[in-house]
Design a binder for this molecule. Sequence first.
Ligand SMILES: Cc1ncc(C[n+]2csc(CCOP(=O)(O)OP(=O)(O)O)c2C)c(N)n1
Ligand code: SF4
Ligand code: SF4
Ligand code: SF4
Length: 761
Amino acid sequence: MRFGDSPINSEYMTATLDFVACHNMTYVRKYNLIKGLKAGGVFLLNTSWDLEHLSKNLPSEMKRYIAENNIRFYTIDAMKIAHETGMERRINTIMQVAFFKLAHVMPFDEAYEILKKDAQKYAKKSPTIVEQNLKAMALALNGLHEVIVPESWAETTENVIEAVTKETARKKYVFEIVNKTNAFEGDELSVQTLVDNGMTFGDEPLGTTASEKRGIALEVPEWNAQACIQCNECSFVCPHAAIRPFLVDEDEWNQAPEGFHVMDYKGSDGLKYRIQVSVEDCTGCGLCVEACPKKGEALKMIPYEGQEKESVNWAFAQTLKTKENPARPGTIVASQFEKPLFEFSGACSGCGETPYIKLLTQMFGDRMMISNATGCSAIYGGTQATPYTTNEQEQGPAWSNSLFEDNAEYGYGMWLASQTRRQKLAAEVLEALPEMSDDLQNLAKDWVEHLEDSEGTRARAEKMKGMLASEHFNSPKLDAIYKQKDQFVKPTQWIFGGDGWAYDIGFGGLDHIVASGADVNILVMDNEVYANTGGQVSKATPASAIAQFAAGGKSSTKKDLGAMLMTYGEVYVAQIASGANMMQTIRAFDEAEKFKGPSVIIAYTPCISHGLYGGILLALDEAKEAVNSGYWQLYRYNPLLEDLGKNPMILDFKKPDFGKVRDFLLTQSRFGNLLKVDAEHAENLYDKAAKDSRKRFMRYARLSGDLDKFLEREAKALAKKNADLGISTETNLKKERKTRPVDPEREARRAARKAERAAKK
Ligand SMILES: Cc1ncc(C[n+]2csc(CCOP(=O)(O)OP(=O)(O)O)c2C)c(N)n1
Ligand code: SF4
Ligand code: SF4
Ligand code: SF4
């Protein structure tokens, strides 16, 4: 930020600075934070370290700079203050006070009054929040501590930043590209360095985020074996794959480091079970704890400090052998014993998109091909470090991003290429049958017969590979087939993107590819906004949501992409929300992948752009309430069922309470802010949003055959509600009439009126 007496209109990066604040102390070892700080300038660090720890932990380069340039160095333990005042992990108010106190951009008393007044904005929500903020502000003033910089700091020579970087660099690429760009020194990279790292065609090695070890969490989960029920749900919801279940055999257990506590695995004799957190990859979102059925007992958030030892345990867990998955296939537990081939992405802490991608890689990652639309998933998916990685056999997703608008076509091209190669290979296999042994012939015929089948493809491919390994010398034809062994496994083509891509800018292409009948799987991560470019409205944005280009709340209805695609009749379509129903998500992914035609899965995606009051920590509740209120419908439309004479449409949640839509909307600022601007307008739009949700649900219920049941239930509920309120409705009037005692006078009057009418005729 720049400050001056007159408005500053020009935009440029600041190079010489008066004030630098670091709100996350793990950054001190990652970035050259005080580069450009003027002599006599102020450096403020949020930390619990005292002088002894500062001397030990700060990089020498930083200590030297502070000492040589007479930097005024202050610390504050903002996390402690936040906890003491009930503000949990929110430290912004505290750091703001410290900033105004130290930066002198305006008289402090004046700034403090403004901040106090600003805190009153929370009064509408709760007076407690106002009190907490005011208390935190007062404690911030007392908590500021000026560090008396020891003279010895000027003489430190060891360069810690460099030492740490070199130590953690697994590869040349990580050292020369990833670490440089992460330290904001990408501008200094030469073209030659990119060429030397094989990037001429935009290629980059897989699994590089695993080397980043960003250590950005202020708090991390701590596992307690005594209370854990081994449900693996913490691992399922983690957006960053930073908490995972591990199975340990007796030999491995004997080698385990001290503190690597385990419990007996309840599903199989002789195996031990442990939930392990990678504290350096955790972002501290807290979702694992929210998901834990034994929240607060089996898993709880504790300060990162002191948990560094867990890195040793994580490193040990990485050396454990992969065990045969002991859990029942298709379950949540089983899914999480599979290694995620998408880990430690740089998505926002608590992102709702990444758990979907992670789960897909756990289910099909060893044979996945992915084309990705531009959007958040392209940025965290494939910038200088990629979260896509490989299993022990070096198998992993092949990923690429072309453009925003052509993603479906691009994925179709990938599919077509592999399809063409595999069909050519199948023809070669059939032609070479006479040159094969009987056993290989049987295998080869079976392989051709199941060319397009996902189930069992890995096993068939491995068997073919094994037999051909000894027979391929026998003939040039067999040798040519053996050389194409990478084509034996049926790949699974996925096409990822956000709603901005699928509903709007890439819709024409998506529709075209779906209509082609190609066996591709499309995942639409619907956060109902163009998140990556700052929150522009899309056709997926619901009525009443505020977004860019819809500042007064969107007035039109959310597009029903699923219903449009169902009209083809030959497309698998599902709507899911993993935070609300994990099993339905697994089922939909599995069915979509097996379906030999186009599949489209539309996934409800909590996002920081929704402005959840209470923070992204509540993302799972957001998904649950979206479904419970009927705002988001869960369904699977499977054309295969129609072929079996069944109804292809299955509603996976049938008891929505549309009366709760308004409550759901008011948990998020994207809707809630409208109320502050124009309450009447807001209420009208909320009403529309609820009606839109009901209409959509009815549309699906009509298809699934649940409509009558639902209307009946709705009528009964209404009658009960009215009866409770003493209001008469058609249903309870009838009931009343039946049960009302006969009143002779009224009966006589009725008979007289009837006679009068008859006489007139
Ligand atoms: C043709 C084109 N228009 C606009 C852009 C800029 N752009 C890049 S990502 C993006 C938003 C993506 O939104 P969405 O598809 O909803 O994904 P999200 O970021 O929400 O995950 C936009 C507008 C672009 N790259 N290409
Ligand atoms: S706090 Fe968030 S990032 Fe860390 S392990 Fe839990 S879910 Fe994963
Ligand atoms: S969610 Fe809780 S109970 Fe379930 S495995 Fe994780 S720590 Fe254990
Ligand atoms: S903006 Fe939303 S979708 Fe994008 S990375 Fe952040 S939380 Fe995820």
